[in-house]
Design a protein around this ligand. Structure first.
Ligand code: EPZ
Length: 430
């Protein structure tokens, strides 16, 4: 089992290049099969979730050609099978985007019902509500969602909760339904906008993405396109928080500063200097940081995917901070791990009360989920001594070259998979 071993104490200094957004790439790969022509995707992140989904579309018959590490060509004309294997949905929940894509193009889709995951139960009732509204017959049989539509027609869909997945899935299916669909209370995340821009580059007619009302006029066919995935705002935010936690100075490159506004605002509130450029942001933390309050909200609010990372920063700040997780019901599992490093955090319901401490000490910890895992590595980088992080397979789902990018910023971190390698690292770093 691979682990990260970290020797903390070095301020992270330097530049880091941000890759394409995982949470845009996954629906865009799914939507790419909605045309019989060839789609070229650029700036794809080379992360496990993306590679598993490329495998999943290959398995149902799409042609997938890897041009280089970050570029792939997809042609969906050879798809024979409209049902996705259970082991793919088990590996990545976002395989459920194939429901919207297959329903839109073939009016026929079968995808196993995704289970919950480490951050909550994660129902998909709103996805199914949207599919039914545009005329699909949707039933759940033997653990799978079976969606069929004789003729899909546009409809008015009100999403009871702001949902990234439901907004994107319904938008995909509706882009090839007859007539007009309106999605009210839509999610406004940059990756929702990226999927709409991608579909429009294939000939779809989608307006309003990025606002709470998305208007879609269905089209008969979609055509080929070449599209570059939007930069990953969560990867960018993670490195920005790493600068804050280690009292470093990091230039995060290839980002869209506007997407980072909620994160930037919080970093400034706690005392970091943040400088914005056209496609880069510099974060400098020279002194001990101060407390603040955080409440995760749908975009443009503070992102839930950045909640564990700022909790690490606040656990080292002066004063008492409050972090409220308003999106998922179980996203504080990392707190027990942080406590083992000396953090002083009390979780009550969906709120964490964080009393900042002077510093962490390294410990053996495990990564409960993707974003918490990355946050715990950041905690190790700030800690005194050695930290070993288990279950890093979660982190590899969403962060490309995580240890290499951190090493380039001066971090003492290595991926290890044996006691011998751990000893070698300890000898080297002293
Ligand atoms: C996406 O998940 C992201 N995943 C998550 O990132 C992210 O945390 C989340 O959006 C919120 O931004 C991908 O894009 C692959 P939601 P998603 O539907 O679409 C409830 C990461 O680390 N809900 O916006 O599943 C749901 O339970 C991952 O990259 C329903 O009740 O999130 C939650 O409380 C973790 N019914 C809230 O809505 C539904 O049908 C928001 O969930 C759908 C959602």
């Amino acid at each position: 089992m691979e682990q990260y071993i970290v020797k903390g104490g070095n301020p992270l200094v330097g530049e880091v290049e941000i890759g394409g957004a995982k949470n845009a790439a996954l629906p865009i790969i799914s939507a790419a099969i909605m045309t019989d022509e060839t789609v070229t995707l650029e700036n794809l992140p080379d992360v496990n979730d993306v590679n598993v989904l490329l495998e999943a579309i290959g398995k149902i018959g799409a042609q997938v050609e890897r041009v280089d590490r970050h570029t792939v060509r997809i042609n969906g004309s050879t798809i024979q099978d409209f049902s996705v294997d259970y082991d793919y949905i088990k590996k990545i929940r976002a395989s459920y985007y194939l429901l919207g894509a297959l329903l839109g193009k073939y009016k026929n889709a079968e995808v196993p019902l995704p289970g919950g995951c480490n951050i909550g139960s994660r129902p998909i009732d709103l996805h199914l509500k949207g599919f039914r509204a545009i005329g699909a017959k949707v039933e759940i049989r033997h653990g799978s969602i079976i969606a069929k539509a004789e003729n899909m027609r546009g409809a008015h869909v009100f999403l009871d909760k702001v949902s990234v997945g439901a907004t994107i899935n319904v938008m995909m299916a509706a882009s090839m339904a007859n007539g007009r669909t309106t999605i009210e209370n839509a999610a406004k995340e940059p990756h929702v906008v990226d999927v709409a821009n991608f579909l429009n580059s294939m000939g779809a007619d989608i307006k309003g993405a990025g606002t709470e009302v998305i208007r879609i006029r269905g089209v008969e066919k979609l055509h080929k396109t070449t599209y570059s995935i939007v930069p990953d705002m969560i990867e960018a935010g993670t490195y920005m928080m790493a600068a804050a936690a280690t009292k470093g100075d990091i230039m995060v490159k290839n980002v869209i500063p506007k997407h980072m506004e909620a994160v930037t605002a919080k970093l400034e509130e706690v005392g970091c200097e943040v400088e914005e450029f056209d496609d880069a942001i510099r974060v400098v933390a020279s002194k001990r940081l101060m407390r603040t309050h955080v409440n995760t909200q749908p975009y443009p609010g503070y992102p839930t995917d950045m909640q564990p990372q700022i909790a690490v920063v606040l656990a080292l700040a002066q004063g008492t901070s409050i972090v409220t997780e308003s999106i998922f019901e179980n996203r504080f599992k990392y707190v027990d791990e942080l406590t083992r490093m000396g953090a002083n955090i009390k979780v009550e319901g969906n709120t964490a009360i964080i009393d900042g401490v002077e510093g962490f000490t390294g410990a053996r910890i495990s990564s409960p989920d993707l974003r918490a895992g990355a946050a715990l590595v950041v905690a190790g980088l700030a800690a005194e001594g050695i930290t070993i992080v288990d279950d890093i397979v979660y982190i590899q789902r969403g962060y490309e070259d995580f240890e290499q990018k951190l090493q380039s910023l001066g971090a003492e971190i290595e991926k290890v998979s044996s006691e011998k390698e751990i000893q070698k690292f300890k000898l080297r770093v002293g």
